[in-house]
Write a protein of this length. Sequence first.
Length: 238
Amino acid sequence: NPEKTTFKRVMLKISGEALMGDQGFGLHPPTVERIAREVQTVQAMGVEVCMVIGGGNIFRGLQGSAQGMERTTADYMGMLATVMNALAMQGALESLGIHSRVISAIPMDQVCEPYIRRRAVRHLEKKRVCIFAAGTGNPYFTTDTAATLRANEMRCEAIFKGTKVDGVYDKDPAKHDDAVRYDDITYDEVLQKHLGVMDASAIALARDNDLPIIVFSLDEPGGFRGILAGEGTYTRVH
Ligand code: UDP
C-alpha cells in the first residue's frame, strides 16, 4: 500500500541541477513544480519533510575559485545560490497549498527565517516543510554535508538523496552498460570505492551518527512516495 510508510520525519536532498530541467543552467519552473508535487504526495502520507537543495545550477564555489576567485567568497556565492533555489521551491510548494519555511544558515531576515533548531522542530511538528538554505553557513562545505547535519539535528530517520538514477552503481550507469546497482552498501565501502554518492565528509557524518542514506531516482513520478512505502529500486547506504 503506497499510502503507508514507517517513516515519520525525513530529509530530502536534491542537487541544484535537479531544478534546471534540460536548460543546463538556472531554474526551470515546471521542474521545480514537479518536485514540489513529489513532496506533496509524501506530506499527504503524514511524513514530516525537511529539504536541502544544492546550488550547482547557479554557482559552485570550486568553479569560482578555479577561475581565480577567493575560495571563501566563491563559497558564499554558492550558499546564496541555494537560498534562491529554496525560495523557488517554497513558491512552488505554496502554490500547491503546502505550508513551508525557508530557514537559512546565514541570517537574512527580510528573505527567510534564520536557523534556530527548536523553531525548526516546531515547524515540522506543525507539518510545515522546512527548506534548509545556505548550506552549513560555512565555506569549504557542501550541501550534502548540510543535509546530513540538519538531518541529524532534526532527528530525521534517513536522508533521501534524489538523483538521476535509481541508486548507487559500481560505475557510472550513463557511461557503462554493465554497471551494477547495489541494494545495500556500507558507508565505508562508499568511501573506499570513491563512489560519488555524496562527498566524503557527508558520508562520514552520516556514518558516525548511524543515519541511513537512501539513494533513489527523482525522475520516476511518484517515486519518492513509493520509496517511503518500501517500493521501487533504491540503494541503502548504512
Ligand atoms: N556551499 C558552502 N558551504 C555549505 C554548502 C554549500 O560553501 O555548507 C557552497 C559551495 O561553494 C558549493 C555551493 O555552495 O559549491 C553549492 O552547493 P553544492 O555544490 O553542494 O550544490 P549541489 O551540487 O548539490 O547543487
